[in-house]
Design a protein around this ligand. Sequence first.
Ligand code: BES
Ligand code: MN
Ligand code: ZN
Length: 499
Amino acid sequence: MIQIDVQVEAAYNQGGDAIVLPLLERGKLTESGEAVQTVAGDMISNFLDTSDLSGDFGEACVLYSVTGTKARRTVFLGAGEEVDLSLHKLRVLAAKLAAKLERNAICTASLYLAELNVKGISLVDKVQAIAEGLYLGLYKFDKYQTKNKKNKHALQSVSIMLPSVDHLAVAKEALVKAKATALGTIFARDLSNEPGNVCTPEWLGDQAKTLSHEKLKVTVMDKAAIEKAGFTALLAVNQGSAKEPRFIVLEYSGGKKDDAPVALVGKGLTFDAGGISIKPAAAMDEMKFDMCGSAAVLGIFKAITEMNLPLNVLGVIPSTENLLGAAAYKPGDIITSYQGTTIEVLNTDAEGRIILCDALAYAVEQKPAEIIDFATLTGACVIALGGQATGLLGTGEKVKQGLKESGMHTHDRVWELPLFDEYQKQIDSKIADIKNTGGREAGTITAACFLSRFVGDVPWAHLDIAGTAWNMKGTDISPVGGATGAGVRLLVDYLSRKV
Ligand code: BES
Ligand code: MN
Ligand code: ZN
């Protein structure tokens, strides 16, 4: 990870490999840019007048040895129209810049981006967004490339420059939060990007264990312990796999002893072939990402431990593969869940809800204040919302409202779908209590209806991250193409707002 700090210094006095100055539409500079222009004689004005630079968002141009400056390079970074800026655009701008600096083999840089005005946004939030953009925009997953890989980042350290010393202390706090959030997001991405032959339930349990900390107790149940505890629905899905399941419990005690925890539940399907109701071959490789819910939960625990968040948080992760070995569960099977509800299996590919039901029922027993679950649960959610928003459903009105607000703030966005009573009858079974599919209509909603049967009256929100958890094309802040870490920024913000 690169080093990021905050400093106060005039741009022309700042040394290092590069100073980065925002350039607005029509060649307008911000304060620091104008100050550099003043010391540089005609150099900058001539350059801006004669160059093709328009100030378009993300466009960058490097000048060397500008008169009156100390840094080796002066980078002009297009920021577009200032009125169009948002917190997320600032995050994206920082990510684009990081990639650019890296390409130019720049080791140290000082950024004057926090002086861009973003309507309604404080300096602290801007510093956090810039830092997140830098960390996330530099993400790599190249451990399996044995040739042509650059082992080290060119970019070593970046200073985010502030207008005055008054803001130093709060800006440093923002950096701590940004770093923790990025570490959590990167942890989630790294786990998710591992292939299914490496990331097995056992391996996932081992990774969870690495998070153990004075305030974080991690318990990993193996198959024998799962049998003893009676997580029978999880065991049913596991029947077709040669690999043992795991049931992972994380207990973070940052709050007061008797405070009810927030419970986070994550789907940990390390590979979903669909089981006997096998999936088509096309893009089946992407089903290694079916554990992104569990990765998000682990990433959140990583971040809150880093931040030393004063809250109690419980994590529950059921993990297995969904394969089609000789002992695999079959369409028509009826299984009895941990909670006692009987489930008629109509499609073995609707396995996520089955393993989650035991985890939710277990979470309810721990008497949490609320439950939030994360799951790559339905293809229908990808059709409904694409990659731009996570599906949000549930019974906890306050939880959902808080998640919507954090979603907008972090741009790790959520969009609510209804859980009207009428949908519930789609999963009523004629021979068992419920069936595991509700037909083609409203697939994301009926999956949530299934989960709703296991949360009792605990306020609950379900996050269907099927469309947001990975992006094969990549984005500026998730550049590799693969897992995005969806849910981590969202929850770190949501939980931080509780303290
Ligand atoms: N893991 C999948 C959902 C999924 C599919 C996520 C594609 C991301 C991309 C889940 O286990 C599944 O297979 N769901 C089925 C449910 C259906 C059989 C009721 C689906 O969505 O097709
Ligand atoms: Mn499936
Ligand atoms: Zn699945």
